[in-house]
Design a protein around this ligand. Structure first.
Ligand SMILES: [Zn+2]
Length: 312
């Protein structure tokens, strides 16, 4: 059973503490090479996320994170840096390596400069979450009280991402901005780590009409393990299936995947504390779904999406 996971924050921990390693399992971090391989992860996305403080909002810091990714993760001999659909296709056929994709969470560090965006693309960034919870130069996040949409610059940013072939990610984005993106972008976008609001009414989760819009565009939704987005009280692994069930009921069986958010939160669902525990979720999926369905949720849906939407 192979797994694709579209969100983790190991790079953030590496940025804060240069002692954090990827290759060897390490104390404070959830994600490690050993755990990913043990779980059967074939492709892990690594997000660049800068500390929530304007002092860090510069492209220099983005470059530092890109360098951390390239030197500490992508440089491992058993890791393949995935930048194109050809890279990904080869990874799936060879079955020997762990794929790693580089993403950006929040465009603060691009400093409204499209040159920075193009440089980030050239260095391998292939998906971008437009905001974190607050507002930035491009758009408002879910936690911004005014709940605005995109700025003029933000709309230019959408066009440039579409032109480059960068996958846009709506996790953390305000509802107004979500609908503006839906209108403006010609490409299928994703929510890399969000759940269903109907099942767990948290501001970070997607309303039914948002889920339907993603399905209609043939985008994807990565179900996330952050306890507060799964169930208000005492979430269990089996509660993740309620979110899957709900998205399927809206017609999204081909749009469901996983984006754990390991290393992005200290709170965990019991039994699902790090990637090595993916097997518990796999067991739970098998109780309810056919092997073919479970395979699609764990990696198949992301495979079809990426083979179509990564650049050539
Ligand atoms: Zn996040």
């Amino acid at each position: 059973m192979s797994i694709i996971d579209t969100h983790c924050d190991l790079l953030y921990k590496m940025f804060l503490d240069r002692k954090v390693q990827f290759a060897e399992g390490n104390g404070d971090a959830d994600v490690s090479y050993t755990r990913l391989v043990k779980a059967g992860v074939v492709l892990q996305w690594f997000a660049i996320y800068l500390p929530d403080n304007p002092a860090y909002y510069s492209f220099d810091h983005v470059l530092t994170c890109i360098d951390l990714f390239r030197t500490r993760i992508a440089a491992c001999p058993q890791v393949e840096f995935i930048k194109s659909r050809q890279d990904f296709d080869k990874l799936l056929k060879d079955k020997r390596k762990l794929g790693a994709m580089l993403t950006l969470e929040g465009v603060e560090g691009l400093a409204a400069n499209m040159g920075n965006l193009r440089t980030a693309y050239d260095l391998g960034v292939r998906s971008i979450g437009i905001t974190w919870n607050h507002a930035n130069w491009a758009a408002d996040g879910v936690g911004e009280p005014r709940q605005g949409g995109f700025t003029v610059r933000g709309k230019q940013f959408i066009n440039e991402c579409d032109r480059l072939g960068i996958i846009l990610d709506v996790s953390h984005l305000s509802e107004k901005a979500f609908w503006e993106l839906c209108e403006q972008s010609s490409r299928p976008f994703i929510a890399s780590h969000s759940n269903a609001y109907r099942i767990c009414p948290h501001v970070r989760n997607l309303k039914d009409d948002q889920i339907r819009a993603i399905i209609e565009k043939n985008g994807r939704i990565g179900i996330t393990f952050v306890p507060a987005f799964v169930r208000a009280e005492h979430p269990q692994i089996k509660d993740l299936l309620l979110h899957i069930e709900h998205i399927c009921s809206l017609g999204g069986e081909n749009c469901v995947g996983f984006g754990s958010d390991f290393d992005g939160t200290d709170l965990k669902i019991p039994g699902l504390e790090n990637p090595a525990h993916y097997c518990q979720l796999v067991d739970e999926l098998h109780k309810r779904y056919t092997t073919e369905q479970a395979e699609r949720f764990l990696s198949g849906n992301w495979k079809t999406y990426l083979l179509k939407n990564l650049p050539e």
